[in-house]
Structures are given as C-alpha cells and as structure tokens.
Design a protein. Structure first.
Length: 123
C-alpha cells in the first residue's frame, strides 16, 4: 500500500526521524526504530493533491492524567497508546515511507478531532 494515499481516519506508520527538540520522533531511534503510528486527520482530496498529510502521532505507551493525551487502542493494527493531541504536524507521506495499517473505527472520535483540526487548518 505504499503507493496509495491515505484517507481521513486511516492508521499509518511513517518514519518520524529526524526530529528536533520537542517534535514527535520515532519510538527508539537509538535502536534503529524510527517509525511511529499516526492517525490521518486531513481530507482525502488534500492528501492525494499534495502528497502530504496532517497526522496526529500515537505514542507507544498510555499515561493517565495528561490533558493533551487520549487513550487509543486498535486491535486490528495492534496500535495501543495515546493520541498526542497538542501536535498535528504535516508530513510528506511518501518520503516518510508511509504505510496504511488500518482504519479508525471510532466515528465519534474522528468527528471530534476532525472538527477541531479543520477549524484550525481549513482541511
């Protein structure tokens, strides 16, 4: 699926390195694991026209009591962690070796997130 463009709500893995400062990075760059799961928030038409995606990173651990993190589990793709709510960066999908691994099935969550992100980025 590397050649296809993701759709809004797709779960993908992308290379998250290099990063700088407090930007989202890979899980364990020192061990060569530079890939991270993301939830695609930008619209399908934007993704296919630009080759870029606005995506929310998903951590590999869950931490209680942090306002800018929200629990996220998808059994089909084996993604289990927290959505990082305070950063929605834009990524070049193909140059970061994007791979679609699933689809978010929580329609209510997607509606909430896309509404917020669309109002900020006009996506």
């Amino acid at each position: 699926m590397v050649n296809s463009f993701p759709k809004q709500g797709d779960l993908v893995f992308m290379d998250a390195e290099p990063h700088s400062g407090s930007e989202i990075g890979g899980h364990l760059p020192e061990k060569g694991n530079i890939r991270r799961p993301f939830l695609i928030l930008s619209r399908d038409s934007y993704n296919s026209k630009t080759g870029r995606v606005y995506a929310m990173a998903i951590s590999h651990v869950h931490r209680e009591g942090i306002s800018w993190r929200r629990r996220f589990v998808d059994f089909d793709s084996k993604i289990n962690g927290d959505l990082i709510l305070n950063q929605v960066p834009m990524y070049s999908y193909h140059s970061r070796h994007g791979e679609i691994v699933g689809q978010c099935k929580d329609r209510k969550l997607m509606e909430e997130l896309c509404k917020i992100v669309s109002s900020i980025f006009d996506l």
